[in-house]
Ligand binder design. Structure first.
Ligand code: ATP
Length: 485
């Protein structure tokens, strides 16, 4: 079997052609970095969500779920530090006048420079120096050191003079009422976490849950990303799946390691291959973090952040105490003292998992003929089984429709009768349907149907009465959940 590589361009085009991802507002020429999910994309997205949700809430008795609002009290964003610190620093250069994110430029520079692999201390000192200058707003000094480092222009890989450095808050500011001016400073949330922190007391008071425990949430967030490229990897409106785990401060290291391993195992369970993942410990930390790991994934454009596992310490709860003037504490029975819990956060972009799954499972194979196949885990597949009459014969069609009608309450199915059976198989391969069920003339006599499995194209005949069990066995999400316990 010949396997051919698929480029990012082909991935984007397949996503559109087969109803997974569409550019938003396309009939008006689209908007940069905003996308819509199509008829199959929404199933795949929902299946990823369901798997994450179950893996957090259903199999962990000390994790509960919430859904909090997108709009929140403006003071929350002051307390969380986002108003002053949720900024990106950009550099632009003389040659192209294009802007580049400072942190990414530096990260790439160190990655490509073998000298720093041996001189790790020098690398650390440079990062520390830049961080310090950022904190005290000495931007010119940063420009100077960047020019000294001779960081190349990413566009043409040539030497350049970096001439401008500026910062940019990533939050969308909106007026809440018709005639409000923007100075009222409501924001679209840039992370779901703050809704969890501000409900910490509500959860504690309305349940019997005790530390250590977690609160999980899935929801839309918004960021004014200026450098928005690479398809759905970096969007301005996207979905996060976050879990905030509240712990005693002394257990910070233990739980950070625990969640790093646990989340990596979750990603590995999707079957995309161990080599596609790596864990990177942060040298530059977000304003709220003490220690942080990125789980990175090998996208078609290289290893990039998929999920963050951070120790947020008591930074957020402490500041919410200060700004809200409400005590946000728990009582430590051993020491007879109350304390503000520490938080270990796992934060992953749903759209980034979607892209990881979609881009690495889309394959081009040639066995006699070429076929494009989306080899995703059957539990994530948009359509679980396709029901086909072999040809457009009235008796076969009636039989197939009857099977579809009986099984559609258990699974997401499709019924198709147009085109040749070969063409119908190819279409289902391209959207990742794990099983095709064909009803032929023999079925009328022996009450058996032919199952054709997507990956190996193997066929087997089963009794109609066993069909439900067969589809369930192949596509059940429990198969995935079992890998986690
Ligand atoms: P990056 O360095 O790529 O900008 P980040 O460190 O700012 O990411 P976090 O603030 O830690 O990201 O957000 C948690 C997760 O949300 C990320 O690991 C990623 O999966 C996802 N995410 C962040 N920004 C975007 C975006 N613009 N589009 C899609 N997903 C995103």
């Amino acid at each position: 079997m010949k396997k051919n590589k698929i480029s990012l361009k082909e991935i984007v085009s397949h996503a559109k052609q087969y109803g997974f991802v569409f550019p938003s507002s396309e009939i008006y020429d689209g908007i940069n970095a905003i996308y819509d999910y199509g008829q199959y994309g929404i199933y795949l997205k929902n299946n990823i969500k369901e798997y994450w949700w179950k893996s957090m809430i259903q199999i962990n008795k000390n994790i509960i779920g919430l859904e909090t609002s997108i709009l929140m009290h403006p003071k929350i964003w002051k307390a969380s530090g986002h108003v002053y610190k949720f900024k990106e620093i950009f550099l632009s250069n003389e040659d192209t006048k294009k802007s580049y994110r400072l942190d990414l430029l530096i990260e790439n520079y160190f990655k490509k420079n073998n000298y720093f692999k041996k001189n790790k201390d020098l690398k650390k000192n440079i990062i520390k120096y830049i961080d310090k200058k950022l904190k005290i707003n000495e931007k010119e000094k940063i420009l100077k050191i960047i020019n000294k480092m001779k960081i190349l222009n990413p566009k043409n890989k040539e030497r350049t003079k970096w001439t401008k450095i500026y910062e940019y808050n990533l939050m969308f500011k909106i007026p809440l009422k018709e005639h409000d001016d923007v100075n009222k400073k409501f924001y679209l949330r840039p992370e779901t976490a703050q809704g969890i922190f501000t409900n910490f007391l509500n959860v504690l008071n309305s349940s019997k849950i005790q530390i250590p425990f977690g609160i999980a949430q899935i929801g839309k967030v918004f960021r004014k990303e200026i450098i928005a490229r690479q398809f759905i990897f970096r969007m301005r409106e996207f979905e996060q799946m976050e879990m905030q785990f509240f712990i005693h401060p002394k257990q910070e290291d233990k739980w950070l390691e625990y969640w790093k391993k646990k989340r990596l195992r979750w990603h590995l369970s999707l079957g995309l291959g161990e080599k596609k993942y790596r864990v990177y410990e942060h040298e530059q930390l977000a304003h709220y973090a003490n220690k942080a790991y990125d789980i990175q994934f090998k996208y078609p454009f290289g290893f990039k952040e998929l999920e963050g596992v951070h120790s947020r310490t008591n930074f957020d709860l402490k500041n919410h105490e200060k700004y809200s003037k409400k005590k946000i504490r728990v009582f430590d029975k051993e020491n007879k003292k109350s304390y503000i819990p520490y938080i270990i956060e796992t934060s992953v972009g749903l759209d980034r998992i979607f892209l990881a799954v979609f881009s690495s499972c889309l394959k081009k194979e040639t066995i006699k003929k070429e076929r494009i196949i989306l080899k995703i885990h059957p539990a994530l597949a948009p359509i679980k089984a396709a029901i086909f009459p072999l040809i457009r014969d009235k008796r076969l069609m009636a039989y197939a429709k009857d099977i579809y009608k009986k099984l559609k309450i258990y699974f997401i199915l499709t019924y198709e009768e147009k085109d040749s059976i070969g063409k119908r198989y190819r279409r289902q391969d391209a959207i990742g349907t794990p099983i095709c069920v064909t009803i032929d003339f023999k079925t009328l006599k022996d009450k058996c149907v032919t199952l054709r499995f997507r990956d190996k194209m193997l066929q087997k005949r089963v009794l109609i009465k066993d069909l439900k069990r067969e589809i369930k066995k192949e596509t059940s999400m429990n198969k995935l959940l079992k890998l986690l316990i």
